[in-house]
Design a protein around this ligand. Sequence first.
Ligand code: UTP
Length: 241
Amino acid sequence: MKVVVSIGGSVLAPDLQSQRVREHAAVIESLASEGCTIGAVVGGGGVARDYIGTARNLGANEIELDDIGIDVTRLNARLLIAALGEQAAPSPPETYEEAGTAMHRGDIAVMGGVMPGQTTDAVSAALAEYVNADLLVYATSVPGVFSDDPNEVDDATKYTELTAGELVDVIADLEMVAGSSAPVDLLAAKLIERSGVRTIVLDGTEPQRIADAVLRGEHDGTDVVPAGADDEMTYWVDDEL
Ligand code: UTP
């Protein structure tokens, strides 16, 4: 089973705590030992926002700001690589081809951003499409896809299951509201729709939840199920990978 795990920077490194990174690495290692081929994509979190805010005040343009954000995502990726040791490719792949080659070799590929004008949400979806992943998991700080921003709207409801087309519509509506943050951005949603990769959006602040979702399909987040797919994946039903 081929899996791409997208770990938000605010999930992996809201502050620099080696124990938290170690716990995420341990979950990824456990998936690898269960036979999964894994690509991970790490976000920049608050540190990226701080750098971008400071550089914006200093007059950097938007592309320069994106490049700074990318650098921070790669720094975070290097933390996960350090914790994974020899099982991981030694540096964050800068292209999908590089990441795919590392995964093909049997290494765990840990990427950050790749180019300005997007976020690691889209990188994760693109990597999943590139390597033809069976499953894409977004480990975010929000427990799924909601009708509204749950931090802003009290009665925001969580979707337990969406088609990829519905995901695009929900995210497009969310992004119309200034300042509201969606757990997955619109470009990523469109790439998910295009590739038809099965996707789970979950609260990844407790890393074990990622393993439960990947290995057994058990989670409290949102399933994005491609049109025509069964509710359960065969290896969840058969308990095989
Ligand atoms: P993130 O993926 O962490 O962005 O990349 P985000 O969605 O703003 O962060 P979360 O999900 O709320 O934690 C950090 C920044 O790096 C740049 C963008 O500026 C992004 O905001 N970036 C990242 C790129 O320009 N290209 C990429 O491929 C990835």
